[in-house]
Design a binder for this molecule. Structure first.
Ligand code: NI
Ligand code: MN
Length: 226
């Protein structure tokens, strides 16, 4: 499983020969738009945690070109189905075996309206099990006790957690979240994109290190291999 970071919560995942894009917000991200060319990104699936602009901005551009299937909660899936896109609706607690692995849509504590204010259902995260590796993409969320449910069914190899604070968990709560999901290997996301969520990278890494955990902060466009 290969995971590439495109800024904010935007990720590309290659697993079992399939290409997954998560929460594409690239053309509107000043940190990412000159580094990532959305016109060449491969996508068989686009996974969306919730409907906020900083997670869905480039969905239609990418889905039109690639014919990718959009996977999200029921309301977001219907929003895109009505516009003619291929979708796979899910809801919280549900699993589906895709051709690349198993996906579970899990709880997040946040909000989820589309940019025009229309209802985007309840926000979520994804647990993906594929190629004998398991990852948790928390999406935008507060620290929540529901995270403790995840390791009861899945032994995680990586937790992808928001760390930017203000709109989501910050560093200290992300460390607790890492305990809750029983995974000490964390990829930090949702930081630095705007002033509200700028963080001190060295301080963040030191806090994780002091908690005997590993926080990875990838350059935009950089990848890790699990
Ligand atoms: Ni959000
Ligand atoms: Mn966000």
């Amino acid at each position: 499983m290969k995971i590439t970071f495109y800024g904010q919560n935007s990720l590309a995942i290659e697993v079992s020969g399939k290409h997954i894009i998560v929460d594409p917000f690239i053309s509107g991200n000043p940190l990412a738009k000159d580094k990532v060319d959305i016109s060449v990104l491969k996508a068989d699936y686009i996974l969306l945690t919730h409907a906020h602009q900083d997670h869905i901005l480039d969905v239609e551009t990418i889905a039109k070109r690639t014919d990718a299937t959009i996977v999200s909660n029921y309301e977001i899936a219907m929003h895109y189905q009505d516009k003619g896109f291929k979708v796979h609706p899910m809801n919280h607690g549900g699993n589906w075996k895709f051709d690349f692995g198993n996906v579970k849509y899990v709880n997040a504590v946040h909000t989820s309206s589309f940019p025009d204010g229309s209802y985007g259902g309840q926000p979520g995260g994804f647990v993906i099990e594929g190629e004998h590796k398991n990852i948790y993409i928390a999406g935008d969320t507060a620290l929540t006790m529901d995270m403790k449910l995840i390791p009861m069914s899945t032994k995680l190899d990586l937790a992808i957690l928001p760390i930017g604070d203000n709109f989501t968990m910050g560093i200290d709560d992300a460390i607790l979240a890492s305990d809750f999901v029983e995974c000490d290997k964390v990829l930090g996301v949702h930081y630095d994109t705007f002033g509200y969520i700028e963080i001190d990278h060295e301080e963040a890494k030191k806090k994780f290190y002091d908690a005997e955990k590993d926080l990875m902060l990838l350059e935009i466009g950089a990848s890790i291999e699990l």
